[in-house]
Write a new protein. Structure first.
Length: 94
């Protein structure tokens, strides 16, 4: 019989509701608008919470991501930038 103690359980990504998507964007960016539509759609379908951050309001984000926006983070790690692929985002969150 396998030991199912917490130390031996495989850590997975958890339920979609336990994930967090962050869209880093700036006002007036058409790629950001496109990315937001995809993030909204996928997160709504899967029940994943998401947030957006404006790089013009955060100097640290501005310095880190200025040339890559829009940037999508999943659970705090960079998932993609510039163009968001709906199927790829859905796959990583499901």
């Amino acid at each position: 019989m396998a030991d199912m103690s917490p130390l031996f359980r495989r850590k997975g990504p958890g339920r979609p509701q336990d994930r967090r998507v962050t869209l880093i964007r700036k006002p007036g960016c058409h790629l950001c608008d496109d990315a937001q539509l995809i993030v909204e759609k996928v997160c709504a379908e899967l029940g994943v919470p998401w947030e957006q951050k404006d790089i013009t309001q955060d100097p640290v984000l501005h310095d880190q991501y200025w040339e890559q926006i829009p940037v999508v983070l999943v659970d705090g790690e960079q998932h993609t930038f510039w163009r968001v692929n709906e199927d790829r985002l859905r796959k990583v969150l499901a």
